[in-house]
Design a protein around this ligand. Structure first.
Ligand code: CAA
Length: 283
């Protein structure tokens, strides 16, 4: 098992070259709060600040991005989970205070940045979420308890969500005067539709397990004690399919909503030509 230690200042993450043993240095571990482990074809990212309900900081998002950049090639399934009673209570509320998060500033300090630098800062944070959609992997969020704001968006950044019966999704940002900006609005609108997404976000209400399954926000809801097993079973089932075919099929499915039927049919042909040639030794 290759393992990455509890995270620290992502600027100091050493590059291991082949990505097989990513170590996040421990300069400010409490502010990052991530564990990263690789076991064969499954990588597990664990939000690991349970005493603070896995609140996230800019350092968390930088570390996530770094994991994405250095993900070992053999990994096909990435599980994102949270330690303790909550998946994640969202952004660290110290960002709203004048003192901010040590070494990372506050909303007041980033508000003083110029437009380009400010948007760049947000883009860097978004990098921590975007890679979870890569066709080469399937990402699964294992969500128990609260998944608020950035926590909800991290779950939405994954391809699939397996939830515990006690899950509480909440897009709190509009209630705090913000928008959800960690890439969550598109998957939410794609999954539940624009009207339901408007209702969920603009009321900042809680979505529980039964409704999450009904809306397609979760594939399955299980008792909390069975969450890890359910995720493992899903991962095993995903790993049972051919790797290249899985990636090609995910590419097709991801692009389908933005294409016409004819365009999609053409894309299917192109992918299948590749597949059949590869299978019959002409790739
Ligand atoms: N940031 C920092 N600390 C947090 C936190 C957060 N988001 N959420 C919880 N904590 C801390 C609490 O301060 C508390 O710390 P102490 O023990 O040192 O006092 C500890 O975690 C446990 O919290 P609770 O006692 O409140 O735990 P609970 O189980 O009773 O309640 C909760 C859990 C409902 C998640 C509640 O903690 C809560 O409402 N947290 C805030 C949620 C929130 O508003 N998040 C911001 C979302 S918006 C966002 O994320 C914006 C964005 O992306 C840009």
């Amino acid at each position: 098992m290759a393992e990455a230690a509890t995270g620290g200042n992502p600027e100091h993450v050493p590059d291991t070259g082949d990505g097989s043993n990513v170590t996040i240095s421990a300069a400010t571990p409490a502010e990052v709060g991530l564990r990263f482990e690789v076991d064969g074809e499954i990588a597990t990212i664990t939000l690991d600040r349970p005493d603070k309900r896995n609140a996230q900081t800019f350092a968390t998002w930088s570390a996530l991005a770094r994991i994405g950049e250095t993900l070992p090639e053999q990994v096909r399934v990435v599980v994102v989970r949270g330690e303790g009673p909550s998946f994640s209570a969202g952004i660290d509320l110290r960002m709203f205070t004048p003192e901010g998060v040590p070494g990372q500033g506050s909303f007041a300090s980033v508000a003083a940045l110029g437009d380009i630098e400010f948007e760049q800062r947000i883009a860097e944070a978004q990098e921590g979420f975007l890679w979870l959609r890569r066709p080469e992997i399937v990402s699964i969020a294992a969500v128990q308890g609260h998944a608020i704001g950035a926590g909800f968006q991290l779950a939405l950044a994954c391809d699939l969500r397996v939830v515990a019966d006690d899950v509480k999704f909440c897009m709190k940002e509009p209630a705090l005067g913000l928008v959800p900006d960690l890439t969550g609005t598109k998957p939410l609108a794609d999954i539940v539709g624009v009207p339901r997404a408007i209702e969920i976000c603009l009321t900042a209400r809680t979505v529980g397990a039964a409704e999450a399954v009904r809306l397609g926000l979760a594939e399955i809801a299980v008792p909390p004690s069975e969450l890890d097993r359910a995720v493992r079973d899903l991962a095993d089932a995903l790993l049972a399919t051919d790797r290249a075919a899985a990636a090609a099929t995910k590419r097709l499915l991801q692009a389908a909503p933005g294409r016409t039927l004819e365009e999609q049919a053409a894309a299917e042909r192109a992918e299948q030509v590749e597949r059949i040639r590869a299978l019959f030794g002409r790739g």
